[in-house]
Design a protein. Structure first.
Length: 104
């Protein structure tokens, strides 16, 4: 992933969460322009900063780079809810998902 793609991914994930760059910056303990500077390519996060960003977004670093999933935090929430279902309920959901994927 190049710098431009990284910046765009960060912006999309932040927007999906519904927060401003300023609010996100302050929430992770940075100056108000921190996230904006990353998104505009003026700065790059440290490794520690990147981990804070992922934690704030509710995703793993691997999920950040897995760009085929537009909203990994939503997927994580669905999986978390599904862990509470019975085997029979999971079978029904599996069939529904399979049907939806086949009929795209």
């Amino acid at each position: 992933m190049d710098e431009k793609t990284f910046a765009m991914r960060l912006a999309r994930l932040r927007e999906k969460k519904g927060v401003s760059a300023r609010d996100m910056s302050l929430s992770i303990g940075q100056n108000p322009g921190y996230i904006n500077n990353i998104e505009t390519g003026k700065a790059k996060p440290s490794m520690e900063g990147f981990f804070y960003i992922c934690e704030y977004l509710g995703i793993s670093p691997a999920e950040f780079f897995r760009t085929e999933t537009e909203d990994p935090s939503k997927l994580n929430s669905i999986v978390s809810d599904m862990r509470q279902l019975s085997d029979n309920q999971l079978d029904i959901i599996a069939l529904l998902i399979k049907s939806m994927v086949e009929n795209k």
